[in-house]
Ligand binder design. Structure first.
Ligand code: SIN
Ligand code: FE2
Length: 206
């Protein structure tokens, strides 16, 4: 599968998952959220709630609360280990990451139609040699990306249900965020909104 290169290291795979694959992934996510419910993360220090709700699957999950951002092996509210990553997700990583070890974290974001995510870098991992692989389901989102400094110019691209993007190499630490959703643009999720999965290698393999 050949991607569209948006900038060095930032690869875009439109329609990576076809509709049946999106439905399979959605049903896996329903099972995951039964075991590990979506919760509302809070900003470090201020405790301000995120507009996005989150959960995780895999050995480690990314969490945020007043104490800060971190990866941990258990759900912050239930205290239970995160559910396993579905095979479909592991296969997507094998196909897209060009990295020889499996991911150890998969963050699941749920966006209500009005939710957004401010510009940030994914830098809580130890292993920057592995890329971040992201999969989108549901309503179209306007994904904004820039450079390695917050002040760098930005561009945006619409991520539709089934699209994948990979940021690695020189793009591993780019600033990125979600400006807004196009509410009602997809009928995959019966109540609307968007789910995104971001797969990462957190711990160094060796
Ligand atoms: C993220 O940056 O963690 C998620 C971006 C997205 O939802 O596509
Ligand atoms: Fe991110």
């Amino acid at each position: 599968m050949s991607p569209i290169t948006l900038s060095p290291g930032l690869a875009y795979y439109p329609d990576y998952l076809d509709r049946p694959a999106q439905e399979r992934l959605l049903s896996s996510l329903r099972e995951i959220t039964r075991q590990a419910p979506l919760y509302t993360p809070r900003m470090p220090r201020t405790g301000k709630p995120f507009s996005v709700r989150m959960t995780n699957c895999g050995p480690l999950g990314w969490v945020s609360d007043v104490e800060g951002y971190r990866y941990q092996p258990t759900h912050p509210e239930t205290g239970k280990p995160w559910p396993a990553m579905p095979d479909q997700v592991l296969r997507a990583w094998e196909e897209l990451s060009d990295y020889p070890h499996p991911p150890d974290a998969c963050l699941i974001n749920f966006y209500e139609p009005t939710a957004r995510m401010g510009m940030h870098q994914d830098k809580d991992e130890e292993e920057f040699a592995a890329p971040v692989v992201s999969l989108s389901l549901g309503d179209t989102a306007l994904f904004r990306y820039g450079g390695l400094e917050r002040k760098d110019p930005t561009r945006s691209i619409k991520l539709r249900s089934g699209d994948a993007i990979v940021f690695g190499g020189p793009a591993r630490l780019i600033y990125h965020g979600i400006d807004r959703l196009n509410a009602g643009s997809s009928d995959l999720l019966p109540q609307g909104g968007r789910l995104s999965l971001t797969l990462r290698k957190v711990e160094k393999a060796i």
